[in-house]
Design a protein around this ligand. Structure first.
Ligand code: CTP
Length: 154
């Protein structure tokens, strides 16, 4: 299990692909890892052989979720993910969306948690035109990082 630098992504993905292993990709901030995150990651890992998680960098979490976030920095968030047996690799990315990362990885399965139409998901075109599939996993109700922060502020 490794944290990958962007420039090594092609080495990692060709190693997997040359060994006939399918790649599942999902992404997010994963700040204060909770049961909703873990359910998503476990289910995602079951769609293929290797689960690569695209992790929003601290800079991009701030842009997405506000100045007070993340609570845990990208190094802590990466290591918490990599501690889980169903996560194989973590790639930290700086952009707001994982579009470029997905174009580099070209996963066999792109997974997103939530209530989306598949066609709306960033990376949908890239993945499907390369023969991959997009899977949507329903959110586990009652869990979010925001909720944990709000509870602890009470
Ligand atoms: N997720 C999930 N079930 C939940 C909460 C999140 O499946 N109950 C999924 C999201 O759909 C996303 C991934 O976990 O694919 C990472 O979500 P993230 O935004 O990092 O987590 P949240 O807890 O939703 O964060 P916040 O409350 O800060 O918005």
């Amino acid at each position: 299990m490794i944290i990958i630098k962007k420039e090594d992504i092609s080495k990692l993905t060709s190693k997997y692909k040359n060994n006939g292993l399918s790649i599942v990709f999902t992404n997010g901030c994963f700040d204060l890892l909770h049961s909703g995150h873990l359910d998503l990651l476990r289910r995602a890992s079951e769609f293929g052989d290797k689960l690569i998680v695209g992790l929003n960098s601290d800079v991009s979490v701030k842009k997405l979720k506000g100045r007070s976030r993340p609570i845990e920095n990208e190094s802590v968030r990466s290591n918490n993910l990599l501690d889980k047996s169903f996560v194989d690799d973590v790639i930290i990315f700086n952009e707001i969306t994982p579009k470029k990362l997905i174009e580099q990885i070209i996963p066999n399965v792109l997974v997103k948690g939530g209530d989306y139409k598949k066609e709306e998901i960033v990376g949908y075109n890239n993945v499907t035109k390369n023969g991959g599939v997009v899977r949507i996993v329903p959110l586990t109700p009652g869990f979010s990082t925001t909720l944990i922060i709000n509870k602890s502020n009470r």
